[in-house]
Design a protein around this ligand. Structure first.
Ligand code: GTP
Ligand code: MG
Length: 286
């Protein structure tokens, strides 16, 4: 099933909570997720497969259009849609566009209103919006992907409507992402969380080389920026920023993988990569 919603509503945080593992990266910066990211939930009732998608945002920029295609493709392939909304923000123009997009799928859509842990959230504001713009029937869940409030009820409801089927993955799987992609994403998350302004949107991570050397996994990765002038900001004074990104990434990777990882991390310019069709295709469609 597809997890869909506008940027920063907590889709990736929810996916991680559902799977009990860090499957997708999370940040305060909107449009963190750039790919369809699969998370697998195994319970006594069976298996559910979730696909996290890039936040729906209205912009005609080349990269945004590619990101929007990712969620539309996933939507078309899904039996169930999990529409995530943010209780702490008023629904606006973007939310109206999402309800329009989801109208043909309304019979198979479940709505989760996230961030219910934020003080003074206005749940009724969301209800009123939905009754105006969407036929949502009984399927509205108040949750917090951070505290876990309402998650069990949501999962039970999802199992109930998913019906019986054969598990696609072995029980030990919680995602199907390749190692190189996960490493690149963790590095990107650490970079996003340490950089400001436009920089988080201006970068991607390229794994140039990856090789097992006895018990260690040796990785050479590049943080790719759009312009030569951005390199200095990623490196920082006395290389402080890139060192912090590297150490932060190693700490996170240690939680995910059993092997020791040697990470050679550098910064490189991929001039105007956000306007390059081939690069966009490679990093978004994969
Ligand atoms: N208080 C609170 N914050 C949350 C909750 N869920 C997510 N957040 C925060 O909201 C921000 C965005 O979370 P993400 O999970 O990256 O949001 P997303 O919808 O995947 O965003 P995109 O990938 O950009 O579309 C992060 O700072 C999260 O910590 C929640 O239930 N409560
Ligand atoms: Mg996300």
């Amino acid at each position: 099933m597809t997890i869909i919603g506008r940027p920063s509503v907590g889709k990736s945080t929810l996916l991680n909570k559902l799977c009990g593992e860090k499957v997708a990266i999370v940040s305060k910066v909107p449009q963190t997720t750039r790919n369809a990211i699969r998370g697998i939930v195994n319970r006594d009732e069976g298996q559910l497969i979730f696909v996290d998608t890039p936040g729906r945002h209205s912009s005609l920029k080349k990269m945004n259009k590619k990101l929007m295609e990712v969620s539309e493709r996933s939507l078309a392939e899904s039996d169930i849609v999990l529409y995530v909304m943010d209780a702490s923000r008023a629904p606006g123009h973007e939310e109206e566009e999402i309800t329009r997009l989801l109208t043909p799928f309304s019979a198979k859509t479940i709505i989760a209103v996230n961030k219910m842990d934020v003080p003074n959230v206005d749940f009724n504001r969301i209800k009123d919006f939905l009754s105006l713009h969407f036929s949502f029937g009984q399927t509205l869940f108040a949750i917090s992907a951070v505290t876990g409030q309402g998650i069990d009820e949501l999962v039970s409801a999802l199992f109930a409507i998913a019906g019986e089927g054969h598990p696609l993955y072995g029980e030990e799987y919680y995602t199907d992402q390749e190692t190189g992609f996960r490493i690149a994403e963790i590095i990107r998350e650490q970079a996003i969380n340490r950089l400001r302004q436009e920089l988080p949107h201006s970068l991607y991570v390229d794994i140039a080389d990856m090789e097992f050397k006895e018990t260690n996994l040796w990785v050479r990765a590049f943080i790719m920026v759009e312009r030569e002038s951005q390199k200095g900001m990623v490196v920082g004074k006395g290389a402080e920023v890139i060192k912090a990104i590297r150490l932060g990434a190693l700490k996170e990777l240690k939680k995910i993988f059993d092997w020791k990882i040697d990470l050679d991390l550098r910064v490189k310019t991929g001039k105007d990569w956000r306007h390059n069709d081939r690069t966009l295709k490679r990093i978004i469609e994969r």
